[in-house]
Write a protein of this length. Structure first.
Lengths: 855, 287
């Protein structure tokens, strides 16, 4: 019996150790202590890296003016300065532009920048098959001619006074003819930085271009990190993970950041107009009176205060206030609910009507939406809010025009010409407006242009085409050590050419590549030890029985998870490929992902893969799930253990004290703590702790996790408040149980004997009663571990810790079912394993438990 | 160790007696207050909980707004009162599921014993391996977010709890003499379970229901906090805490009052449960 038990134990310990040590090898990027790295935080990840192939602003934020450059550079007020073109001339009739190109410029793939490349770029942009978001503007070009390798001539079909500005935008960057086909994944331009790597869902890395024609930038590396959650963004800023957010997603934190000397806040104008777009194709929005009524119903100041915390300038038309020729039309429809109701009655809706408001994810849209709905309700218009993800918004609202109203921010400069596109998503069609815009494009005289752009604005406002809310400000937040960096309008893209970092490397440079190997050894060794010791003391039969139960529970649990995930609607292949996927490509991807296999085979593939360590590919991040989980586990597991240790220590001390002196004041206080502790939600406690200790006393940071490679001290410090928040309620529960058990034990005969022999109450308690009270307490402890793991999920949100819980919640929201499946399995494994260990420990400590479990 | 809930175990009778009467009184009072507030909020609150008043946004507690206002100018006191509705609705529904499914399972396991008993207990183990949060996550992945997810998750997680309590109690009762007599008289196990076993378990069930309600309230708050429960505009304490997340450092009342409300509700139910247990232990000890 002993020998069998010994052998079994040895084998299991060996397996366990091997597994624990193998885990860290899976993913550990080296830390880079690089003074020349700047980390830029962005809210949205671009779908591709070719600025000339799509409308997403995120593409330009990453690739424009870093990897790619245009012929000219666009500055504030629309000023045009030379870049790849050194000088140019325009023919008197305004139709022919001749550009002299800069000599000696190379693309990052080694090919030469010349007039042929410019011709290639422009022809590509204006071709029928082009996916350039400014294709209509490029199609005003009649012909591009190469006069000599450094001179290119562009002839337009009709006069277009804004043509030079158009050439300064991200959509007009010059691409290398040789590499154009793969531009989306491997961008090749002429800019000061070149593309290194794209870690999906996480970051894009660039480094300095050694063959750049101009002055070398001071930064050797640029990392663009994608963080769209406002809390995580704040945490990343505080932790030093990100040096600058050109567009900080949390306007509610701006006031606080302004007061913080570590950060500089630059609130400036932008080209983004936030509007409530009205679908002109449906009644009653096709009635001018109704649209005017809605305009009278909204209160811009209220929306700016409520949704943007006072940041943002009200607008009356589709034109930003800082641009030349701006006409203030906010007074055209002042907030006047009475007038709104009168107009609605006049239009035939005295009792109002119903509308839906479709909202994309950003907080400005969701918050503004709630306020707009409330304001419209006051005049009798009943609004139903429908929240959409971006993919759904693009398909339903932008693509199929299946909406009534929506709120969105239009970020392109000079985009008033969308009102001339008859089939644009809101469907405005006015020949009078088209004529005005055409006259403006035709005009070259500055005074006449100013007058005409005023007419354009007045027409848009007069027709109440949409409800114009405010200009979304450029909320730039940066670490004060970042110098000489800005994002000038109208392109609003970071200019990194002269930026530098004062005072040495930031925390961001110190690498976030996962936990060091020693961490796993420290975490894993106690488990292995406990397991080994207890297994040795247990009969082999018991061990086998428990192991069998463990395996069975895991198997059943995994089946349950798999089945539930199958029920979840949504096609993962379509989620991955996006809206423009054609059926053939979808079918190929489905086959690649193994989605066309029968359910049982998919289940087995998953299970056997999991045993081998291959957990599949995440749908949203498209990276292996295993390393993703390991990286997050390095935060969650230490946190849970830390909380467990804290709660156990607190409970033992408290329980023993209360049992030793049951009638003392302290016991009563502990009793009360025990009752209340159970009632307090741990995340609420976390928030209170932050208010008191972080904001008030400034002893700890408000959130974020600096990573283990930054040192054990700072990492533990970041985990302390969360661990206390987690531990306190559990300590209360544990303490009451322990005290109860101790008090029962104190009544027994052998304790009485011990005391008769001269032991004090406390001595008897600690030496004898504690051991017997331990067994039931341990069972509770095991359950606590599972609650701590689950509770940790919520605590991570409070403290912005990049742990497993955050990963799980984000994956649920993004429908990344592969990640959800595996994380849930992992958590179930943790709980079952802990129960198993606890049973073993219990049996070892109290042999009575080993003989048939008393359920 | 008899498994009842998250570890609020059967404390020894002596500890229970110490709590005794005051726990029952306090528990009943607080629970009744919370329930009353929830019911009152259906017909009256100081302000309309969803009415936005931009001019009054983020005002600290004052005479006009005893709990202050939130970022949209909504009165926090009214929101807290309305939130009681959601919290209690979810908690009661979840406990109903747990009781409705768990009690019969427990009776079945105790009546049949043998492999049926094993199977039921094994299933209970498996469900216990899934913390309620995970169940909610899976429900949300399958059904989309909403209060139903929370009800399902908490309800399903309560089923093994009730099953165990009923089974433990029933097993003890099955060995009593008068049950044996009934069996010898020819009554089937179903009739015996319903007519004799169940009525004797009502006390233990009442205690467990109170305790589960307290756990359900805290669980629902947690789920709402991460967005897996009631969606706007339904009022919800947990979601109020989530919305307060980025603001509570400047406006602490936004986090204070919803959290205190949760704590009160939980405390009320758990005291009620403890008090009931102590009361019936005393009655049993005396009689």
């Amino acid at each position: 019996m002993r020998a069998a038990s010994l052998h079994l134990t040895a084998v299991l310990v060996a397996l366990l150790t091997a597994f624990v040590l193998r885990v860290p090898a899976a993913h550990c990027a080296p830390a880079r202590a690089d003074a020349g790295t700047i980390t830029v935080g962005l809210t949205l990840e671009p779908p591709t890296l070719d600025p000339t192939s799509g409308a997403a602003a995120a593409i330009k934020e990453v690739a424009f003016q870093t990897v790619f450059e245009g012929l000219v550079k666009l500055g504030p007020g629309g000023r045009v300065s030379p870049l790849l073109a050194t000088h140019w001339s325009v023919s008197p009739d305004g139709l022919v532009y001749t550009f002299q190109l800069r000599p000696g410029v190379q693309f990052q793939d080694g090919s030469v920048f010349d007039a042929a490349a410019v011709k290639f770029t422009l022809d590509r942009a204006r071709a029928e098959t082009s996916t350039n978001s400014q294709k209509p503007r490029f199609q005003r070009i009649a012909e591009v001619t190469v006069l000599n390798p450094l001179t290119v001539q562009i002839r337009l079909k009709q006069r277009y006074s804004s043509f030079l500005q158009v050439l300064g935008w991200g959509d007009a960057v010059i691409v290398s003819p040789r590499s154009a086909a793969t531009e989306g994944l491997n961008p090749i331009g002429t800019g000061p930085f070149r593309f290194v790597r794209w870690r999906r869902g996480y970051a894009i890395e660039l480094d300095r271009n050694p063959t750049y024609w101009g002055a070398a930038p001071r930064f050797a590396h640029v990392v663009f990190r994608f963080i769209n959650d406002p809390n995580a963004a704040t945490a990343a800023l505080y932790a030093g993970d990100v040096d600058i957010f050109p567009a900080f997603p949390a306007p509610e934190s701006i006031a606080r950041l302004r007061r913080d000397p570590r950060f500089a806040v630059d609130v400036g104008p932008s080209e983004a107009e936030v509007i409530v777009a009205l679908n002109h194709r449906i009644a009653p929005l096709n009635d001018l009176r109704v649209r005017r009524a809605l305009s009278y119903a909204i209160d811009r100041q209220g929306i700016i205060q409520g949704a943007m915390f006072g940041l943002g300038q009200p607008i009356g038309s589709h034109y930003p206030p800082q641009n030349p020729g701006y006409v203030d039309l906010t007074g055209l429809y002042p907030h006047d609910p009475a007038k709104a109701r009168a107009l609605l009655a006049e239009a035939g809706y005295p009792h109002g009507f119903d509308l839906t408001l479709s909202l994309p994810p950003p907080s400005y849209a969701r918050r503004s939406g709630e306020i707009v709905a409330a304001q419209l309700a006051e005049v009798g218009v009943r609004v139903k809010i429908v929240d959409l993800e971006w993919a759904q918004w693009l398909a339903q609202v932008f693509g199929r025009h299946a909406f009534d109203m929506t709120i969105v921010s239009h970020v392109e400069p000079m985009d008033y010409d969308i009102y001339a596109r008859h089939d644009y998503y809101f469907g405005y069609n006015s020949p009078a407006f088209d004529a005005t815009l055409h006259a403006f494009d035709d005009a070259t005289d500055p005074a006449r242009r100013t007058a005409l752009i005023g007419d354009v604005q007045r027409k848009i406002a007069g027709d109440a085409v949409n409800l114009f809310l405010f200009e979304y400000p450029a909320l730039g937040v940066r670490n004060v050590r970042v110098r000489n960096i800005w994002a000038p309008t109208p392109v609003s893209v970071l200019d990194l050419s002269k930026a530098w970092l004062a005072g040495g490397p930031t925390g961001a440079a110190q690498g976030r590549g996962g936990a060091p190997a020693w961490l796993w050894v420290v975490l894993g060794a106690p488990f292995v030890l406990i397991f080994g010791v207890c297994a040795l003391r247990s009969p082999a039969a018991y061990l086998v029985e428990r192991l069998g139960g463990l395996a069975l529970t895991l198997l059943a649990g995994s089946l349950l998870i798999f089945l539930l995930i199958q029920i979840a609607p949504g096609d993962p292949a379509r989620n991955m490929m996006g809206m423009s996927a054609d059926p053939a490509a979808l079918a190929t991807l489905r086959h690649q992902l193994g989605l066309d296999a029968p359910a049982w085979r998919r289940y087995l593939t998953w299970i056997f893969g999991a045993i081998r360590g291959d957990f599949g590919l995440s749908y949203t991040y498209r990276v292996p799930v295993g390393p993703l989980i390991v990286e997050r586990l390095a935060v969650s597991l230490p946190l849970t253990l830390y909380a467990l240790i804290l709660s156990t220590s607190l409970a033992v001390v408290g329980g023993v004290w209360a049992a030793a002196q049951p009638r003392s004041v302290m016991a009563k206080i502990l009793d009360a703590f025990g009752q209340i502790g159970l009632a307090v939600p741990n995340f609420w406690l976390g928030m209170i702790l932050v208010i008191v200790f972080a904001t008030g006393l400034k002893w700890a940071s408000a959130g974020g996790f600096p990573g283990w490679s930054g040192g054990v001290g700072p990492a533990l410090k970041a985990l302390t408040l969360p661990a206390i928040a987690l531990a306190a309620p559990q300590a209360a529960v544990l303490m009451r149980v322990l005290r109860g058990e101790l008090l029962s034990a104190m009544e027994t005969d052998y304790i009485r004997t011990a005391r008769a022999r001269g032991l004090s109450r406390t001595q008897a308690l600690i030496r004898h009663a504690l051991r017997n009270a331990l067994a039931p307490t341990l069972t509770i402890l095991g359950l606590q571990f599972s609650f701590l793991l689950a509770g940790a999920v919520i605590i991570e949100t409070v403290f912005s810790l990049p742990g497993l819980g955050q990963l799980l919640l984000q994956s649920v929201m993004q429908r990344d079912l592969v990640v959800v499946q595996n994380v849930v399995l992992l958590l179930v494994l943790a709980v079952t394993l802990t129960t198993f260990l606890i049973d073993l420990v219990g049996a070892a400590v109290d042999p009575r438990l080993g003989e048939g479990r008393a359920k | 160790m008899s498994q009842t809930a998250s570890g609020v175990s059967a404390a020894s009778p002596r500890a229970g007696l110490r709590l005794g009467r005051s726990a029952l009184v306090w528990g009943a009072a607080i629970s009744a207050t919370v329930a009353a507030i929830a019911l009152i909020s259906l017909i009256w609150t100081p302000y309309n909980p969803v009415a936005m008043q931009m001019a009054a946004r983020l005002t600290p507690p004052c005479f006009a707004h005893p709990f202050g206002t939130d970022a949209y100018g909504r009165d926090v006191l009214s929101l807290v009162m309305a939130g009681a509705r959601t919290a209690l609705a979810v908690a009661i529904s979840a406990c109903a599921i747990g009781l409705g499914c768990g009690a019969p399972l427990g009776l079945l396991a105790a009546a049949r014993k043998g492999w049926v008993d094993e199977a039921v207990m094994r299933c209970a183990d498996i469900v216990f391996a899934f913390p309620a949060l995970l169940l909610a996550v899976l429900a949300a992945a399958a059904l989309g977010p909403g209060a139903l997810d929370a009800v399902i998750a908490i309800g399903v997680y309560s089923i093994p709890v009730f099953a165990r309590v009923v089974r433990t109690g029933a097993l003890r009762l099955w060995s009593l003499d008068y049950i044996l007599a009934a069996r010898m008289a020819g009554k089937g196990p179903l009739r015996i379970s319903i007519a004799h076993i169940l009525p004797n378990l009502l006390v233990a069930l009442a205690v467990q229901v109170s305790l589960q309600l307290s756990l359900a309230v805290v669980a629902e708050a947690g789920l709402a906090y991460v967005g897996l429960s009631a969606q706007p505009p339904e009022p919800s304490w947990g979601r109020m805490l989530a919305e307060a997340q980025t603001l509570y450092m400047d406006a602490p009342w936004l986090a204070l009052f919803p959290g205190a409300a949760i704590a009160c509700a939980v405390l009320g139910f758990s005291l009620l449960g403890e008090g009931l247990r102590a009361h019936f232990a005393r009655t049993a000890a005396r009689g």
